[in-house]
Design a protein around this ligand. Structure first.
Ligand SMILES: [Cu+2]
Length: 159
């Protein structure tokens, strides 16, 4: 009798240190999220523009894909979809976004209307105001099936 080795494909992303940081953070209530809280648009914030697009080689990207902030900083993300298809941005811990990505594969039409997420059609612009109350490394990704896998992900480092 032959032994059949079952190899579970594990995305290389799962092995990044971010998963260690994110370990143990489950779902929590607003105001007690591991990655901060919805911002107050009437308060001062740092504006950061994030563009979403597709490249000729099939890659999909956020520009920039790495943002460094200080704890307590409030950011007004100005989002611009410069691509030819819909994109979204979901801000969360790496672990939450990985879980969420699996749910999106089951329900690709899932729409997001949360303070930490925005879906934009081509040429559309949008905004997220978020306050980063905790230090750590967080994830922003497009969770439309196939997009994160094509490169549509970025990291926010809160010092
Ligand atoms: Cu996308």
């Amino acid at each position: 009798m032959k032994m059949v080795a079952v190899i579970v494909a594990v995305s290389s992303l799962i092995m990044t240190p971010a998963v260690v940081l994110a370990a143990g953070t489950g779902h929590s209530h607003d105001g007690d999220l591991a990655y901060g809280e919805p911002g107050d648009p009437s308060k001062p914030s740092t504006t950061i523009e994030i563009r979403m697009s597709e490249a000729d080689d099939g890659k999909m990207l956020f520009e920039p894909d790495r943002i460094t902030l200080k704890r307590g900083q409030q950011v007004r993300f100005k989002l611009k979809n410069r691509g030819e298809i819909d994109h979204e941005i979901v801000l969360a811990t790496f672990e939450e976004n990985m879980k969420h990505a699996i749910e999106m594969q089951k329900n690709p039409d899932m729409e997001h209307d949360d303070p930490n997420a925005k879906r934009l059609s081509p040429d559309q612009e949008g905004e997220i105001v978020w306050r980063f109350t905790k230090a750590g490394e967080f994830d922003f990704s497009c969770l439309i099936p196939g997009h994160r896998e094509s490169g549509m992900t970025g990291t926010i480092v809160v010092q």
